[in-house]
Design a protein around this ligand. Structure first.
Ligand code: EPU
Length: 350
């Protein structure tokens, strides 16, 4: 077990916020967590799990122990009649898994290319992009109980996937409650990649690429390249400008609420959902309130996509998590005042 104290977390969160962890253990295998569970001093500390740090806002130093997930490994774990089963360690970069599986002849993840973060974080918020979500390709995962050290396997139903949601985002409130936040950590994820690959092109940005290029039947590699191009044009690269991807979830409203908003704002971008509700584009709502490109303190709204909050701090005046949350609350207030809709932040605030 490698234990470090007073560790700077700035390199480990894509927002690039300066904060420190009281203690940090790099988890490369199950035995590192077992060692923590046997250490009486470490056992007393509260625990936080850190993956790629691409979906968190640090509002201060982290008291207690950070488990930094670095479990490695990418391999073909098996096959069924219909699918290749690819397994990846929680500490692998998600995009590396997408590129590796494509290069080895197991396509199916290309729509989710360039999503920042690690494999272990991907089920936590059921990541998704361009018409495909993790749950569409998910087989099962291995996790460890952080109290007993026991390793267990969960299938998709047991993960309770929803829109940017899973059991790993919910705290447990009793023995009947399946919430696993703070209770378990994901070690490995297995994906089922269909042997009969079909392109997923039902998303406006991809349809535009088909028209532009004249390619009507793109292969997986072409879709991978298109998604990389679309994302790089629209979303800031965290290595250049700190951010945590979409900062708010796209809100869901009833058809009546939507009709009411359309009556006032005919251009509102909305998508009818299979369950009869309507999803609104949060980026459009924020943009309509005039926030695109604005800066408050050292936090800002990205100038090409209003749904992304960015770090506009400098070495002398770094952006704090408090500034990010102040900006987020100001945006929530103005969207509520204008549209009567409460935006819910997407990253985990620590
Ligand atoms: N829009 C504006 N102004 C803006 C931003 C967006 O008018 O400043 C409009 C766009 O023109 C578009 C609509 O809003 O018509 C939706 O925007 P976009 O297509 O960029 O997708 P999104 O709903 O903002 C979601 C996910 C992304 C994912 C993309 C592509 C959420 C919260 N975000 O974004 O996921 O990559 O779709 O599938 O669901 C993430 O979760 O971190 C993330 C980046």
């Amino acid at each position: 077990m490698i234990l470090e104290h007073n560790v700077p977390l700035q390199p480990y969160n894509t927002f690039g916020i300066a904060a420190r962890a009281e203690a940090l253990v790099r988890v490369r295998s199950e035995s590192d967590i077992h060692a923590v569970l046997k250490d009486v001093q470490l056992l007393k500390l509260p625990r936080q799990v850190l993956g790629g740090g691409s979906n968190i806002v640090l509002t201060g130093d982290v008291k207690g122990l950070v488990l930094k997930m670095e479990v490695a490994g990418l391999h073909l774990a098996g096959e069924t009649d219909k699918a290749w089963i690819v397994e990846a360690g929680a500490g692998e970069r998600w995009h590396d898994l997408v590129a590796w599986s494509l290069a080895h002849g197991y396509p199916g993840l290309e729509n989710m290319a360039l999503i920042p973060g690690t494999v272990g974080a991907s089920p936590v918020q059921n990541i998704g992009a361009y018409g495909v979500e993790l749950q569409d390709r998910f087989h099962e995962l291995d996790a460890m109980d952080l109290f007993t050290g026991e390793v267990f396997t969960l299938n998709a139903a047991q993960c309770g996937f929803g829109y940017r949601d899973s059991v790993f985002k919910h705290a447990s409130h009793g023995p009947e409650d399946l919430g696993l936040a703070g209770r378990a950590v994901i070690l490995r994820v297995r994906l089922a990649l269909p042997k009969k690959w079909k392109p997923e092109l039902g998303y406006l940005d991809l349809e535009r690429k088909m028209t532009e290029t004249g390619i009507a039947n793109p292969d997986a590699r072409t879709i991978f390249d298109w998604v990389c191009q679309i994302r790089s044009a629209k979303l800031p690269d965290p290595a250049v400008i700190g951010n945590a991807g979409s900062f708010f979830k796209n809100p869901t409203v009833t058809p009546e609420q939507c009709a009411d908003i359309i009556a006032r704002e005919p251009k509102v971008v909305h998508y009818p959902m299979p369950d009869g509700s309507v999803k609104l584009a949060a980026g459009w709502l924020i943009d309509a309130c005039g926030w695109k490109g604005k800066t408050v303190g050292h936090a800002g709204v990205y100038d090409k996509q209003a749904l992304v909050l960015v770090n506009r701090g400098t070495a002398e005046h770094p952006c704090t998590g408090g500034e990010v949350m102040t900006l987020a609350r100001a945006i929530q207030t103005s969207v509520y005042e204008r549209f009567g809709i409460r935006l819910e932040p997407e990253p985990v605030v620590i």
